[in-house]
Design a protein around this ligand. Structure first.
Ligand SMILES: [Fe+2]
Ligand SMILES: [Fe+2]
Length: 270
């Protein structure tokens, strides 16, 4: 169980459009207090109308007391942020993208005397990008990283690639959490006393949806296979918050516990 005595990190699944932002605006403070959260990480790759993030939203999320941000395949969807990646020092993009891509894949944070390294990594199976091998990338990277706590957001499609990376990084990082599918898996566990793992933490967005998007458009696309742009659900009756939390022993930096959040809220205002 997460207690006041552990260093507690909350990782929020992909924030999908306005429904994801709205539900966190209402509920994040309560979750932070309930679980004694010390550090908040959020995946913001779908926060702006489902694709990418904007300048306004980056600042809005900081205002909501989120400490660090991860991303994924949609990180460059909005042109307006392309020249901001050096300034936005709370954000990581997939580290195994080409070096010429804007942004950094690893960033360091200090909180309560803890040095946290946050890494964003993208998978290769069924992904349209052609990133460097995530396994070899981590081997190279981990030789250079010095931190008390190392967190990896592995943005990938298949549970097998994610679980394989989890075992590959056992005892070398503190937490590997998956994102990208927007559907939470039930395989959270400690792989050892040093490493926690979950294949996917889910999303923050419309619960009445296909991975946060309007189901009608999605169904249509599958049947007719014609181009149509996905859109987040405008006014969902229910929204979901998907997340994972770890409690770290402040003395040893070992993982005391890993817990998930999958909460569905009725949007009474609709
Ligand atoms: Fe996503
Ligand atoms: Fe994604």
């Amino acid at each position: 169980m997460l207690t006041k005595d552990t260093f507690n990190i909350l990782c929020l699944g992909d924030i999908v459009g306005a429904p994801g932002r709205d539900i966190l605006q209402h509920e994040l403070e309560g979750i932070r207090n309930e679980f004694h959260i010390d550090f908040v990480i959020a995946n913001i790759e779908n926060s702006a109308s489902g694709f990418g993030f904007s300048n306004k939203l980056y600042h809005e999320f900081i205002h909501m007391k989120m400490d660090a941000f991860t991303s994924g395949n949609h990180v460059y969807a909005k042109r307006e942020v392309m020249d901001k990646f050096d300034i936005y020092d709370r954000l990581v993009r997939p580290v195994n993208f080409p070096d010429s891509h804007p942004g950094k894949g690893v960033r360091y944070f200090e909180k309560d005397g803890k040095r946290i390294a946050l890494i964003n990594l993208i998978g290769r199976v069924f992904m349209t990008q052609m990133p460097y091998c995530p396994f070899e990338t981590m081997d190279k990277l981990l030789g250079e990283i010095e931190a008390d706590i190392i967190i990896v957001d592995f943005h990938a499609e298949t549970t097998s690639e994610k679980q394989a990376l989890g075992w590959y990084l056992k005892d070398r990082v503190s937490l590997i959490f998956g994102t990208h599918t927007h559907v939470q898996t039930n395989d959270y566990r400690r792989l050892s006393n040093k490493t926690a793992y979950i294949s996917d933490i889910g999303m923050c967005g419309a619960f009445d949806s296909v991975i946060g998007m309007d189901a009608t458009i999605s169904i249509d696309k599958f049947i007719h296979q014609l181009p149509a742009r996905h859109q987040p659900v405008r006014h969902p009756e229910q929204s979901v918050i998907g997340a994972v939390m770890i409690g770290v022993d402040p003395k040893t930096n070992h993982i005391k516990t890993i817990e998930t959040i999958h909460r569905v809220y009725n949007n009474e205002r609709n």
